[in-house]
Design a protein around this ligand. Sequence first.
Ligand SMILES: Cc1ncc(COP(=O)(O)O)c(C=O)c1O
Length: 371
Amino acid sequence: MKVPLSQPEVTEYDIGRVVEVLRSGRLSIGPVLEAFEEACAHVAGRRYAVGVNSGTSALHLAVRALGLGPGDEVITTPFSFVASSNCLLFEGATPVFVDIDPQSLNLDPEKVETAVTPRTRAILAVDVFGNPADHPRLLDIARRYGLRYIEDSCEALGSDIDGRPAGSFGDAGAFAFYPNKQITTGEGGMLLTDDPEVAALARSMRNQGRGESDEWLAHPRLGYNYRLDEISAALGRAQIERLEEIVARREQLARRYNEALGGLPGIRLPRANLRGRMSWFVYVVEVDEAVTGVDRDTLQERLLAAGVECKPYFPPIHLQPFYQERFGFPEGSFPVTERIARRTLALPFFTQMRPDQVERVAEEVRRALAA
Ligand SMILES: Cc1ncc(COP(=O)(O)O)c(C=O)c1O
């Protein structure tokens, strides 16, 4: 039996809530989205949450609502999912990559400060693998230089740092609900903010640029169809009710993995959040070939052959072909990111993963390294 990399957990309760919507006759722009938004605002400790059809859409609307565009530099991380940087390109803003801290794998605040120029308008920080970036320090830099702050918490629903939830920092933040996330809506995302103007702009732009009054066919600004339908919102609304339990079960799984893989020479276990709760998104190990004698790609091939799904995660954004073509970053531009990215491998990890599956993965890792 294969062990999948990821699998959404959908319970009978969730299905019941979705069926209710299907029977209600109201499939878009309705009360279930509002309830889901309220629940997300509560988790993030925010005044406003605006539901959209993906995490990427939430980030795009954040960039637009904050008025970032051509000529504006935005400091961000090259060690992330490509959408956290693409959302800047959508608006013609320039991503200025800064290398990561080798401990947290998140933006290194010291390097961020040295990258500020007169053209810098914002910082976009990502909570990599569910581990919050050092938002208190980064936000302090943003405030000192008069920069806007965007928080990509697409991987960190339920995490916190220094007693504050992921999604609670900065001018705007984003959650994402793809099926590999802590909770899912199938496709979906959420923009988070305390700023009524940002919230109103995001609400308008997700709905074809309609005005506050929602008057039919009145479009004061350019907008999109980024709406989150009621069916998707019903799934998210049902799942977020058990977020605490989900976070706890994933934490337990991560612990089990740590025990099963601990002490394996050359396998570095994932870094935990040392400043608060970690809502585990993925379980990513680092392979030190100098010690294991087996490189990451060979380990991946052997695990796949043994029926254990796994993936390199993340390839650096600045080395993606499209970014190479456009910006021409030479290899070695961000050495920490590149070194880590050559070593990282995401192992199977999902809420309803069973202890025997964790043991099986660990056993196959051991076997693959010994082969
Ligand atoms: C860090 C990060 N940013 C943005 C996104 C984009 O989310 P979505 O896939 O919902 O567009 C994701 C999720 O895949 C992500 O992991």
